[in-house]
Design a protein around this ligand. Sequence first.
Ligand code: ATP
Length: 316
Amino acid sequence: MGVVGGEAGVDHPPPDPVVRLEGLTKDYGRHRALDGIDLTVGPGEIFGYLGPNGAGKTTTIRLLLGLLRPTAGRATVLGLDSWRDSTAVHARAGYLPGEPTMNGRLTGRELVSYFAALRRRPADVTSATGLADRFDLDLDRRIRALSRGNRQKLAIVQAFMSDPDLVVLDEPTSGLDPLVQQEFHQLLGETTARGATVLFSSHVLNEVDRVADRVGIIRQGRLVAVEHLADLRAKALHRVEARITGPVDLGPFRSLDGVRDLTVEDGVLRCGVPRPSLDGLIKALGRYPVADLSVTEADLEELFLAYYSEASADAA
Ligand code: ATP
């Protein structure tokens, strides 16, 4: 989308995407783990990468960071080819792996100092110390003596300590208690406020709901949907339960756009309807004496499952 600037006739091009995946494909032997993924993520975005176990999330992330070589297609970060220019990509990106492996004999401080030295950015140790304080993490304990949650905090510190332009997080909040998660979400907000981009994989849907701007849903190596969360919510089914006295003619309810699972049992009408059909539903209900009514918005989990079943129905 071109943005027309203040000067007449000047059309400023959109900023380059921070992440660009083009036909990204990865085979492990004869198994195609990733099949032609196309995706762009822009500056300042928080992108949630969702999918069930084995869908290809970690493979995508490893390709994006140049830790794996694509079978076909390419990944770029800030215009740099992830495989060919992986050293330059690593200098610009922070990474929190799904299962961080760390030398248990080191202390947290030794670990962050090592990364700061690798990057030739000694000031990163100060930044890491600030982050550790914020997450109440003792950097002077040996890593092997840290609990799983504290190790995860250390992995977060390591991913964010260099103020990277892109932060890639593989299942970042596993093992974190709710208070720490809250602090972590705040950190994500601050990161994008300074213009950096966050891409994180998750199967914790409520988490994505809280922090992401857009989500991509991956299933069996294919991206089945990329949506703004606001649009996804607009498609969400509302679960309706209405207690009605007397017999009900289901005809007007059946003709509502997108109505699902319509039943009447013991005087209770139940169905799922998307938001645009709510008005029609209320009008159809208006012909009956309604003794009780409840409307609940489906959570993201239901939406997600609906997407999956639609995608598998399409495939069939
Ligand atoms: P999870 O949420 O369980 O981590 P994921 O979405 O990250 O899953 P991937 O780890 O990317 O999925 O795996 C995608 C597919 O590729 C799976 O079928 C997996 O078994 C397979 N796979 C992953 N790594 C390898 C490997 N090194 N060799 C062979 N197959 C692999």
